[in-house]
Write a protein that binds this ligand. Structure first.
Ligand code: ZN
Length: 214
């Protein structure tokens, strides 16, 4: 594609979190300091020796990881800026971006959810920079999540930014709360989907599913 010919448009929709109360959010540095202190207490309660070289910086490391990485999607200012282009070449078929890696965190056990997301959409006049699809997935994944909500949040956000109902999302993932504890079922995959607009018709849904499986 010749990007010079395209008029691009930067949009930045600040989504509501949809993950509990987003009011009275502390600044990131205050969050890190407080989590560090609380995580230190958890480690002490577990009987760990915090004077040990290997453990002494763990509370700080965990606090920074939670705020800056694992749960960075709780901060609306981390929502990705989306670049849209006019669909000047009148591409009217579906676009599919598949196997987008996803690393999220189960909100019930605070252990990883690891999987892939497949996105399909049919342009309503605008096309999106492809890497932005990955960024949208990542933004909503970096929160305490359940897979059903994550799938729907990605679809709803894309509908809003693309200005079209014609969006489909499939997510397949392994939940380490199932694989590594409790029932310990390794290799068990959870699949969720969110179909909208034209993807609600059986033809387009089938085409999307076939391409994803291919
Ligand atoms: Zn869980």
């Amino acid at each position: 594609m010749n990007t010079d010919q395209l008029k691009n448009e930067q949009i930045h929709i600040i989504p509501t979190n949809g993950n509990g109360n987003s009011k009275d959010i502390l600044p990131p540095n205050e969050k890190i300091a407080l989590i560090e202190q609380k995580f230190k207490e958890i480690m002490q309660i577990l009987g760990l020796d915090l004077s040990d070289d290997s453990l002494k910086d763990t509370p700080r490391r965990v606090a920074k990881m939670y705020v800056n990485e694992t749960f960075s999607g709780l901060l609306p200012e981390n929502a990705p800026a989306i670049t849209l282009f006019d669909n000047k070449y009148n591409y009217s078929e579906m676009l599919i971006e598949k196997n987008i890696p996803v690393y999220s965190c189960c909100e019930h056990h605070f252990v990883p959810i690891i999987g892939k997301v497949h996105i399909g959409y049919i342009s309503g006049g605008k096309v999106i920079g492809l890497s932005k699809l990955n960024r949208v997935v990542n933004y909503f994944a970096k929160r305490p999540q359940v897979q059903e909500r994550l799938t729907v949040q990605i679809a709803e956000y894309l509908k809003k930014v693309l200005g079209t109902e014609n969006v489909a999302v499939i997510m397949e993932a392994e939940h380490l709360c199932v694989a590594s504890r409790g029932i310990r079922d390794i290799g068990c995959t959870t699949i969720t989907s969110s179909y909208h607009g034209i993807f609600l018709t059986s033809d387009k849904r089938k085409e999307f599913n076939q391409q994803v499986k291919a």
